[in-house]
Design a binder for this molecule. Sequence first.
Ligand code: PLP
Length: 362
Amino acid sequence: MKVDLAANAREAVAIAKRISIDLYSDTNTRPTPGMRKAIANAECGNEQALEDPTTNALQERVADMLGKEAAVFLPSGSMCNEIAYRVWGRQGDEIIMDKTGHALLFETGGPAALSGLMIKQLDSPNGIFSPEQFESATHSFGRHAPRPRIVNIENTTNLGGGCVWPLDKIQAISEMAHAADIKVHMDGARLLNAVVASGIPTRDFTKHVDSVWIDFSKGLGCPIGGVLAGPADFIDEAFRTKHQFGGALRQSGIVTSACLYALDHHVERLADDHANAARLHAGLANISGINLQNDICETNLVFYDVTVSNLSAPALAVLLLERGIRIGALSETRMRAVTHLDVSKADIDTTLQAINEIVSAA
Ligand SMILES: *Cc1c(COP(=O)(O)O)cnc(C)c1O
């Protein structure tokens, strides 16, 4: 098959230029002037030789925030997951996770390709499984069965609806896991959304888990990066794996300066994203022809189905795009809208009006 990458890229840029309200993803933020200033002034060195002071400072700060011994800066959240799985697992082992897990659906088969790991899927409401479900997934079938080695907790849940994991479930599952020699890994791409939305201290979410990471390129508004934290020997091994995966960096202070800036300026403001998402959620509830996936909106993700017979979700996405509004269609009926740093309250009202007009006219 012939692939014209240059044409694809030209088209993508042309579409992006026409978008004035981008609810497609919280990765679609641009560095603010303050962040750019922090980047311009970053002190840099060779990260791989541990000589980048800015990256070292970020790693220490995130390790402390998450209550872990050490941390490593990585180019992406996906790499945080994949490296944790590689370090904790062995070929043929199983990762237990919800059926909507990011690492299952959106990391191009990474656990299998990079680490030889299987995934046992749990079918749970909102992506949050119960200790009982976890327990039944760990029942041993004897010497011929794959060995459950890792349990993956996605907090907040992405496709589950941006839901916050209850502390008692994290604790109960972690205790059962540790008794069965299973490591607990928290995919904390949006952990700080959970912290801000619930008012629960970060370390309360992380104290029972073995490894955890946060993403800087989502709601925190940075161009690049995630930080993975855990015990010192785990992080030492993660550094080796990072190098093996081709992720060792040089003057990474250029990007980690943005991460430090975000920790100072972009955490509390996540509450604005949650308020905007709640406004969108409430507005959509009043539009007939729209069915919300979740009864309540806890953080910055809003999932809904289009239930008008002659309007599919992809068709609605195209009509919105014509008005400069981008929302992703996940299937024939389902859409996901995401609020972030570059989305205002007025943008939400414009979006609601557009959806209302399009759906009523369909
Ligand atoms: C985005 C996301 C990731 C991957 O992070 P990237 O930085 O995009 O690689 C992993 N898990 C969840 C839940 C996510 O939403």
